[in-house]
Design a protein around this ligand. Sequence first.
Ligand SMILES: [Zn+2]
Length: 202
Amino acid sequence: MKLPILQYGDPILRAKGKRIEKIDERIRQLTQDMIETMYAANGVGLAAQQVGEALQLTVIDVSQVEDRPSTMKLNGKDVDPRTAMPLILINPGIKLAGETELAMEACLSFPEITGEIERAKSVTISAQTLEDGQIEIEATGLLGRAIQHEVDHLNGILFIDRMNSATKAALSSRLKRMQKETKRGQRVRVQDRQPLASEATL
Ligand SMILES: [Zn+2]
């Protein structure tokens, strides 16, 4: 089932996700609905907060973005990231490594806003899967970026928090308008919109 995606201004987007203690039928159904919602919105990642659940749960699929490559190691072995998608990450712990790099990002909770965000080039994450096993992923490129963007969501951090002050100042009136629309309940139905050119929306 497709779920409505919350827009900037909704307080749940600022909530830190609770740890998931038990992977039960409700969590399985929520995960399936989140994957469906992510695909319907042409997103490459979606966090539970974006569908109204403050939980440590995110889904990612970067396989459709061809012009922004990724590398991935799963439990220490190199794998083709396309064969490992969609990723389901529960209760993730993240470690950032190496230098940082700038790249464009968009977010499903901020329709039509994009910005250059500085992120670590390489990331290691350990997380639970739906099958209850623990996995470790080392990622670079778009996947590494997507993991960092989604783990931020799980902690109530949004990509605008990581924009430089000039970018944020330039967007300030649009952000204020978006917050007002959200408070009035005029949420944009972002599920059905078309993606902007060569964007990665998370
Ligand atoms: Zn996002």
